[in-house]
Ligand binder design. Structure first.
Ligand SMILES: Nc1ncnc2c1ncn2[C@@H]1O[C@H](COP(=O)(O)OP(=O)(O)OP(=O)(O)O)[C@@H](O)[C@H]1O
Ligand SMILES: [Mg+2]
Length: 248
């Protein structure tokens, strides 16, 4: 099985603060992999380091067999796209859905834009009717669907998802999670997904890494976490803290 993402001994340092202290992980092609851990443990920093948005001090990142340098080229963004937590912050409110979807196509000089826009809007359950609506006219869930469509428009193989539904109401959250699952299956995508919600992670991900203070605590399968078959006290405390997390 090929690895989609390999992270080796990654160190990220902001000024003098070590946000990641030698983190390693491997995400297989087509896998859905979760990152959990308390606030400030370095989950977002790990995703940001992969997309070139965090200062990597040492270590290596390999994506689809290609070792990444300091900067990311256009080819990288055709393979890897990120979806952020806040659909309000990540989409310009005064732009139409069409414009938001056109932008990446224009940057990458893609010709069959029309088809891709229609496909992406259908795929995220919005349809053509939303094409000329403004982002500020959409609900949070609809915005996040647009953000997902925008991430899909370049037909990447990997999505990095940073708490993609935590800003949404519970019912909308479930809809968007189902949508992500469908999209992953249909497009055979690899997911690396951050969530503080253990129920979501075990539902969405096959394996996961537990992080604390910029370090990996342990790597588990979803069924190990569901069955509370964990090694670290830290993970046990996370389980305890996530009230209502059902033991199966
Ligand atoms: N741009 C930055 N400059 C300085 N410190 C930063 C920066 N970004 C993150 N940090 C620090 O790095 C640590 C890890 O932050 P990160 O955002 O990765 O945590 P997280 O696990 O995603 O937390 P949360 O669950 O709250 O989103 C934190 O202590 C944070 O303050
Ligand atoms: Mg975060």
């Amino acid at each position: 099985m090929t690895a989609a993402i390999v992270v080796e001994e990654l160190e990220v340092v902001f000024d003098r603060f070590r946000a990641l202290k030698g983190v390693s992980l491997e995400v297989r092609e087509g896998e859905s992999y979760g990152l959990v851990g308390e606030s400030g443990s370095g989950k977002s920093t790990l995703l940001r380091a992969i997309t070139g948005l965090a200062p990597v001090a040492s270590g290596a990142i390999t994506v689809n067999g290609k070792k990444l340098g300091k900067s990311r080229d256009k080819a990288f963004y055709r393979e890897v796209q990120m979806v952020f937590q806040d659909p309000y912050g990540s989409l310009h409110p005064r732009q139409t859905v069409d414009r938001l979807l056109q932008e990446p196509l224009a940057i990458h000089g893609i010709a069959d834009g029309e088809k891709r826009i229609e496909r992406a809007l259908d795929e995220v359950g919005l349809g053509k009717g939303f094409r000329f609506r403004y982002a500020h006219q959409l609900s949070g869930g609809q915005r996040q669907r647009v953000a997902i469509a925008r991430a899909l428009i370049l037909e990447p193989s990997i999505l990095l998802l940073d708490e993609p539904t935590s800003a949404l109401d519970a019912s909308v959250q479930a809809e968007v999670l189902n949508l992500l699952e469908e999209v992953r299956r249909r497009r055979k995508l690899t997911f690396l997904m951050v969530s503080h919600d253990l129920a979501i992670v075990t539902h969405m991900c096959e394996r996961l890494m537990v992080m604390q203070n910029g370090e990996a605590v342990e790597t588990l399968t979803a069924s190990q976490l569901i069955g509370h078959r964990v090694n670290a006290d830290y993970t046990r405390n996370l389980l305890r803290a996530s009230e209502g997390f059902v033991r199966v």
